[in-house]
Ligand binder design. Sequence first.
Ligand code: SAM
Length: 246
Amino acid sequence: MVVPTKRHSVLKEYGRLAPEYDRRWSFYIEATLRETLVRLRIQPRDHVLDVGCGTGMLLEQISAASPQAQLSGMDPSAEMLQIARGRLGENVNLHEGYAESLPFTNAAFDVVVSTNAFHYFRDPLGSLREIRRVLRPGGTTVITDWCDDYAACRVCELFSRLVNRAHFQIYGRDACQELLERAAFTAIRIDRYKINWLWGLMTAMAEKDRLHLDNTALARRDVGKGGCPASRSSLLGVTERLALVC
Ligand SMILES: C[S@@+](CC[C@H](N)C(=O)[O-])C[C@H]1O[C@@H](n2cnc3c(N)ncnc32)[C@H](O)[C@@H]1O
């Protein structure tokens, strides 16, 4: 569930930070984008979405490496998007919006990427389901963010919670794996690594199965997991099968 006042704190935080974001975080951005790019597989004409694209640095690098790819970015902060627009020009579609409710039609993208934004998502599972919804069957997602398994990162999170009201939560590898599974992703792989003595991160890679369940069927399946009698669970299984979309 997305809480409007929390949304407001994200807008405030990034409205303030936007003009100095690239400079202030240059080492961190460069290192995390490099780690993300080596794990991204983009075919020449792929449709690619960056969720929480910020100032558009990742999209700029994808565009340089894959000039024919159709690129889109979305972010709730108008100020961050304004910098992205200046950087990327007219060839990249930029949209205001939240990961929890992506302003795109089903199966619109081959690849959905997100860097350094997941710890802001108020509804992480809902956001992953949205990412899966906008992926075509067989499409992939690559998500990089802080990793709770590193003690130094947990200290950073504690600090962030104190000074940054926009911050929501970071996750370890097991929690991330569970979220991706609950969102019905397959072929999940999660790499953990450090970019310096302080920052411990992870990049999760996952696929949308070629046979996919729509989000309504997934929500029903979650209800089933929450203690439905066996007969009802198997009935839900049948409903899911009916909802399979190629
Ligand atoms: C640390 S910046 C990362 C920007 C960029 N992806 C990068 O790696 O440099 C976090 C971004 O997440 C965006 N963000 C915060 N909450 C979000 C949400 N619920 N959905 C999508 N983006 C969000 C912020 O506006 C901000 O631009």
